[in-house]
Design a protein around this ligand. Structure first.
Ligand code: NAD
Ligand code: TYD
Length: 349
């Protein structure tokens, strides 16, 4: 079946992997990447597919209502996969309103444009909203996030994502808009902007810079290789049951400090440094305000209903990720110049 799909945020980390997967796997789909190219968006992420016939990039802001309405009327997408967002918790602490604008208002503008475009003919269309496990708040040392876990967001980032999830559901209930939502755990892999833990620390190790571990480092995250997230998104888009939520996770919990030590050891091997050299860069710094103790996903629903499970182990994924950053020094240098330095100095002083 021929489809026209707008993927928002396709020039970002996860979005670029989703765009690549769809463009390569579905030559008969028209894939339209809508992205405003904020600091986190980068067309270098898609250089390998930019000339494909079934791919088109459109630069634009999802918070610009007139632009979005016009784009939807011209492109007539029958599917939306919505990833565009402000995505970094630390930035949400210093600039919460930017998160409300893009993540809440931007999502509403897309929902509204989609609803108005298809009016009485919306039944076979789909709005797929990509969300995060952070909407569930923080776990103690026990338990897992299930699809039924009540929302309890603690950061401006997670509160804005929770709000956007609620609006998607509300458009489903009120206007019969066909939708799906997935809530995924922490991703890692190639093309991730080096403000998030893993690429930030890889970049700092390469440059022999301090590794700023927040608080005591005993915070836990559930890590998933980004390509496994893209595979899950493809499955949910095509086989997910409308109005359902799917949790996606790596079955892979790590305390930050243990993960950082593993990363240091793998980096020492990769860079031919003495074992233990990178660990000396670990520096404990002031904690993040409202820091969630633990995230961990129960991914049994997507596993049972759609047959999804991660395809790579954490050790394999981390090795691939390290290899990618070390052999793509141009990409890293390009994104860590200019404004990045200002951000870095302000955040880590
Ligand atoms: P990212 O920050 O790498 O990319 C976000 C993209 O959105 C960028 O290309 C940026 O230019 C674009 N964008 C931002 N504001 C925009 C606007 N107003 N209009 C148009 N485009 C805009 O983010 P990511 O890590 O790839 O996350 C993608 C999505 O997945 C987000 O919705 C995020 O909440 C969700 N998510 C991320 C993770 C993770 O670990 N990174 C985990 C679960 C869910
Ligand atoms: P991050 O990659 O920002 O993802 P999230 O906050 O969305 O989970 O952070 C992952 C974990 O690493 C989180 O517990 C915060 C911690 N962290 C540090 O200790 N130092 C850092 O410099 C960063 C960016 C994160």
């Amino acid at each position: 079946m021929k489809r026209r799909i707008i993927i928002t945020g396709g020039a970002g980390f996860i979005g670029s992997h989703v765009v690549r997967l769809f463009v390569n796997k579905y030559p008969n789909y028209q894939i339209i990447n809508l992205d405003s190219l904020t600091y986190a968006g980068n067309l270098m992420n898609l250089a390998d597919i930019e000339d494909k016939e079934n791919y088109k990039f459109i630069k634009g802001d999802i918070t610009d209502e007139i632009f979005v309405n016009h784009l939807f009327e011209t492109e007539k997408p029958d599917g939306i996969i919505h990833l565009a967002a402000e995505s970094h918790v630390d930035r949400s602490i210093s600039d919460p309103l930017a998160f409300a604008k893009t993540n809440i208002l931007g999502t509403m503008i897309l929902l509204n444009a989609f609803k108005d475009l298809w009016k009485n003919n919306i039944d076979d269309k789909l709005f797929y909203h990509i969300s995060t496990d952070e909407v569930y708040g923080s776990l103690g040392s026990e338990g897992l996030f299930e699809e039924t876990t009540p929302y309890s967001p603690n950061s401006p980032y997670s509160a804005s994502k929770a709000s956007s999830d609620h609006f998607v559901r509300a458009y489903g209930e009120t206007y019969n808009l066909p939708y799906l939502i997935s809530n995924c755990s922490n991703n890692y892999g190639s093309y991730q902007f080096p403000e998030k833990l893993i690429p930030l620390f890889i970049n700092n190790i390469i440059h022999n810079k301090a590794l700023p571990v927040y608080g005591d480092g005993n915070y836990t995250r559930d890590w998933l290789y980004v390509i496994d997230h893209a595979i899950a998104i493809d499955l949910i888009f095509h086989k997910g049951k409308l109005t359902e939520t799917y949790n996606i996770g790596g079955f892979n919990e790590w305390k930050n400090i243990d993960l950082v030590k593993l990363l240091c050891s793998q980096m020492d091997t990769k860079l031919n440094r003495k074992q233990g050299a990178s660990e000396t860069l670990i520096t404990y710094v002031k904690d993040r305000p409202g820091h969630d103790l633990r995230y961990a996903i129960d991914a049994s629903k997507i596993s049972k209903e759609l047959g999804w499970k991660p395809t790579v182990t954490f050790e394999e994924g981390l090795t691939k990720t390290i290899d990618w950053y070390v052999s793509n020094a141009d990409w890293l240098n390009n994104v860590t110049s200019g404004d990045y330095l200002k951000y870095y100095n302000k955040q880590y002083q």
